[in-house]
Design a protein around this ligand. Structure first.
Ligand code: GLN
Length: 303
């Protein structure tokens, strides 16, 4: 069976299975999205993009933005970042504050919220929130070749109204001296960064730079690609990362909007969207789809 036929088949299989999970309602605007939706796009090394289901439906990329904010910061300050944030899985929820006290304000990795706030703080060094956001959105536009990518202000506002945990994390980081900018600036920028809206086709195209595809614009060095992929594999789905590696075997990053960016290094960049989440906050049907795609293609990095 050809990959395109498989994707249509997968779309049917996912719609036939009854379990969609629960949408994230702690951000009220995301709580209004219907869970029973599914889309997938696969960008291949030769420049082709295959799609099935609601691959052109925009969604909130949320934590998937952390990958691209990290790419921007690594491009700017490189290795220095690692004195402020670690590279180990946390084994905790994405919004946990637990380890931050024990480890004196140095977050475990750049994909949990505390670590992403430090990355956004770096992004704000010498720049206004507007400029910092333009840098991330600009990176995504260049990586995907699509200037229509934008921030959904209603989602950013909605998170700002209820984002007390992120505010707590930012203030806590600041108390350890690991936040240079005022906490309100950092969380405001972070909420807007998380509220970037993209569809699966745009996200799969942007992910080509992480996958190092031949057709990708040259925005990331091979070393940075390798490191970002390592972090996605070990920390990309928070405390569900081990299970994801076991089932799918590819580096990936999830977001509470139900998006999933999965990387088959050198082969493909895959974007999947289904807004219902599992208990870890990762797309439930999206993970199942990634697992079936990995079985069909044999793209697991573990052979
Ligand atoms: N904006 C969300 C938050 O900070 C992102 C979390 C996620 O996608 N896992 O809670």
């Amino acid at each position: 069976m050809e990959l395109q036929d498989f994707l249509h088949d997968l779309n049917r299989q996912i719609r036939d299975q009854g379990d969609w999970g629960k949408v994230a309602d702690y951000i009220p605007e995301l709580g209004r999205v219907a869970p029973d939706q599914f889309g997938i796009a696969v960008a291949l090394a030769d420049g082709k993009v295959l799609e099935a289901g609601q691959a052109r439906q925009g969604f909130s990329i949320q934590s998937i933005s952390k990958v691209f904010a990290l790419a921007c910061v690594l491009g700017r300050i490189g290795e220095q970042l690692w004195s402020r944030v670690g590279r180990e899985p946390s084994g905790d929820r994405f919004d946990s504050i637990l380890l931050l006290e024990q480890e004196k304000g140095r977050p475990r990795n750049p994909f949990i919220n505390a670590g992403a706030l430090v990355v956004t703080d770096e992004l704000l060094t010498g720049r206004s929130p507007q400029q910092a956001l333009s840098e991330v959105v600009g990176f995504l536009r260049q990586a995907s070749g699509d200037d229509a990518i934008h921030i959904d202000k209603a989602v950013a506002r909605s998170e700002a109204q209820t984002g007390h945990r992120n505010a707590a994390l930012a203030h806590y980081l600041r108390s350890f001296g690991n936040l240079k900018n005022p906490p309100d600036h950092v969380i405001g920028t972070y909420f807007h960064q998380c509220a970037i809206e993209m569809d699966c086709v745009q996200l799969a195209l942007a992910g080509r730079v992480i996958a190092g595809l031949d057709c990708a614009p040259a925005l990331l060095s091979p070393v940075k690609q390798r490191r970002i992929n390592a972090l996605m594999m070990t920390c990309g789905q928070y405390d569900g990362s081990g299970n994801f590696a076991f089932r799918v075997g590819m580096p990936a990053k999830s977001g509470v909007g139900g998006g999933l960016l999965v990387i088959a290094p050198g082969r493909a960049s895959i974007a999947i969207w289904s807004p219902g989440l599992d208990g870890w906050g990762n797309s439930l049907a999206g993970t199942l789809a990634a697992e079936r795609l990995a079985e069909f293609t044999g793209w697991s990095v573990f052979g």
